[in-house]
Design a protein around this ligand. Structure first.
Ligand SMILES: Nc1ncnc2c1ncn2[C@@H]1O[C@H](COP(=O)(O)OP(=O)(O)OP(=O)(O)O)[C@@H](O)[C@H]1O
Ligand SMILES: [Mg+2]
Length: 331
């Protein structure tokens, strides 16, 4: 019973936001097919978690899920790692031969992590395998059949890599057929409190989070996504001597973003939120006008000082004044 590993199922993907739920819905659908899937998304969004959930829904949690980190795989050894080798294939090799990752994944899933970093020569071979569903082990004369589902993942922009000649275009098109983008945590801030609470529990903290902590967490942009949040919760648990999680124990980057010591002079003025109608030039002009007015107010209508504050010449300021303020007065 203790062998049951929940970390591989969809139920271990935590989140209540509609964005995440929609992503889960799509991946459940992908799980029903045997097609090759490409998972994209920033670092730490949960690509590997989704890959193993997709795997276990179709192939079953007991079938093999074999992960290959394409960034770490050494080019010279890559082929024998993936395809295996026959007896006496090269000196120093195991005399009995060795199965490759594709063979180890038979009946299950081969997870090609960081596929954007796969050496180009290997990309060509992978494409052939995806099309032909067979391959030759190194030093082998008999081909082996491919009997695994492939799931690839990357936090890179493969289209851009392909354009720059760093990723094979044909492989990119082959993989892009069924791709799923896992959204960054900042686009699903509703998930943050539940994720934070779950991680805290895992680290042994059962006391509720104070409101101030929740605000600090939801205000932060989490560039390292769920992994960064998990690490921050680990930190809180370490510092919570009385078992109470506190905002003051958050990592410096989160604290800096929450506020008290954030640069009050950096923003002279807030731009209005994006309007429902209107054009970008109109919106920009509106921001510019407010910015100039704020600089004039701050400098007591001193044009020279205001121009300096804005980083433009006095002449430019005069031009902008007649253009922008002139127009706004006729609104
Ligand atoms: N929705 C989620 N619910 C619970 N845990 C999550 C969720 N998303 C991510 N995690 C956890 O966050 C950590 C990072 O996730 P994962 O390794 O899957 O990210 P990744 O996208 O593969 O990152 P990288 O690009 O850096 O390899 C893992 O510990 C994972 O279990
Ligand atoms: Mg990963």
């Amino acid at each position: 019973m203790e062998e049951i590993d929940m970390s591989h199922s969809f139920s271990s993907i935590i989140g209540v936001s509609p964005v995440l739920q929609a992503t889960i819905d799509v991946s459940r659908r992908l799980a029903r097919t045997s097609s090759t899937v490409l998972l994209t998304g920033e670092s730490g969004v949960g690509k590997e978690l989704f890959a193993s959930a997709i795997h276990s829904l179709r192939e079953g949690a007991n079938s093999p899920f074999v992960a290959v980190n394409c960034a770490a795989i050494m080019e010279s050894l890559a082929e024998s790692e993936l395809f295996g080798y026959e007896k006496g294939a090269f000196s120093g090799a195991d005399p009995r031969g060795k199965p490759g990752k594709i063979e180890l994944a038979r009946g299950g899933t081969l997870f090609l992590d960081e596929i954007g970093d796969m050496p180009l020569a290997l990309q060509a071979k992978l494409l052939r395998i995806l099309e032909d569903r067979e391959y030759y082990p190194v030093g082998g004369t008999r081909s082996l059949s491919v009997d695994c589902r492939f799931i690839a993942a990357t936090n890179k922009d493969l289209a851009r890599l392909a354009e720059a000649g760093k990723f094979r275009e044909d492989l990119y098109y082959r993989l892009d057929v069924i791709s799923l983008d896992i959204p960054p945590l900042r686009r699903r801030a509703d998930d943050i409190p539940l994720l934070a609470e779950t991680f805290l529990r895992r680290f042994g903290i059962v006391e509720p989070m104070p409101a101030q902590l929740i605000t600090a967490l939801t205000d932060y942009s989490w560039p390292g996504n769920v992994r960064e949040l998990r690490n921050a919760m680990e930190r809180l648990s370490v510092f919570a001597e009385d078992g109470k999680p506190r905002a003051e124990h958050l990592p410096a980057a989160v604290l800096r973003a929450t506020g008290a010591d954030t640069k009050p002079t950096e923003s002279l003025v807030e731009c209005s939120p994006l309007p429902i109608d209107g054009t970008l030039p109109e919106w920009l002009a509106d921001c510019e006008r407010k910015y100039i007015e704020a600089a004039l107010a701050e400098t007591g209508d001193n044009k020279q000082a205001a121009a300096h504050r804005l980083g433009i010449s006095r002449m430019t300021l005069y031009n902008k004044l007649s253009l922008l303020l002139g127009r706004s007065s006729s609104d």
